[in-house]
Design a protein around this ligand. Structure first.
Ligand code: SF4
Ligand code: SF4
Length: 99
């Protein structure tokens, strides 16, 4: 049986996202904890949509546009529980298309 190559970027491109402007459904509770206490900053590695970004000054920024609602960031931040996580309001967020 031959292996079938899957292009993740191509699959993600199939999705559509409706932004809820000004109402991010995930928020970092205390940015100071990210900057001063969390050495690993695992959210910046685990998020498949690259919503979390480690900045040069040690801080972490979060932009939820394109979030896949996988919940990984909430789990990976269990040591600090520094993530407020909700699903987007109805009609917003990710629309999965499998093509
Ligand atoms: S894992 Fe949690 S505490 Fe650490 S940088 Fe990410 S959101 Fe901040
Ligand atoms: S729920 Fe998943 S895709 Fe959304 S920000 Fe968290 S890790 Fe990234």
């Amino acid at each position: 049986m031959s292996a079938v190559a899957v292009n993740v970027e191509e699959k993600l491109f199939q999705n559509r996202y409706r932004v809820d402007a000004g109402r991010p459904h995930i928020q970092i509770k205390d940015p100071e904890i990210c900057a001063n206490d969390c050495a690993q900053k695992s959210c910046t590695y685990v998020c498949p949509a690259s919503c979390y970004k480690a900045e040069g000054n040690g801080s972490v920024t979060l932009i939820t546009d394109g979030c896949l609602e996988c919940g990984s960031c909430r789990i990976i931040c269990s040591e600090f529980t520094n993530v407020n996580w909700e699903y987007p309001r109805g009609g917003h967020g990710i629309l999965f298309k499998f093509g």
